[in-house]
Design a protein around this ligand. Structure first.
Ligand SMILES: [Mg+2]
Length: 111
C-alpha cells in the first residue's frame, strides 16, 4: 500500500507477543470480557479527560499520556485474550481504509 508502510506493523506483532508473555507470567488469568470492560473503562477515563479540556479546564499532558497508555495496554490484553492478531487485523483494515480514501480522492472528496 502506498502512503502507509504496512511492514512497520510487523513490530506490533512483537509488542503484542511481549505483552502476552508478561501477562501470562505475572498476572492471574482473566476472561476476554474482563479485558473488554477494562478497555472501555480506560477509554472512558481518557474521554473524561478530553471532556475537561473541551470545557476549558486544565488537564496535565502526563494525565492524557497515562490514560492513553492504559487504553493501549488494555487493548493488548484484550486482543491476546481473544487470540486477535492485531497486526494482521490492522493491516486488513488499513487496506480497506486506503482503498476507500483513494476512491474518494479520485473524485476530489474527503474521507
Ligand atoms: Mg486509567
Amino acid at each position: 500500500m502506498g502512503p502507509f508502510s504496512l511492514n512497520i506493523l510487523d513490530s506490533l506483532n512483537q509488542i503484542q507477543s511481549e505483552f502476552d508473555a508478561y501477562q501470562k507470567r505475572y498476572f492471574p488469568e482473566r476472561k476476554p470480557e474482563f479485558f473488554c470492560l477494562e478497555l472501555n473503562g480506560e477509554a472512558g477515563e481518557l474521554a473524561n479527560a478530553e471532556k475537561k479540556l473541551w470545557k476549558g479546564k486544565k488537564v496535565e499532558q502526563f494525565l492524557l499520556e497515562d490514560e492513553a497508555a492504559d487504553v493501549f495496554i488494555a487493548l493488548m490484553n484484550y486482543s491476546n485474550s481473544r487470540q486477535i492478531n492485531l497486526s494482521g487485523a490492522v493491516k486488513e483494515k488499513l487496506l480497506k481504509i486506503e482503498e476507500k480514501r483513494s476512491e474518494l480522492a479520485a473524485i476530489r472528496k474527503e474521507y
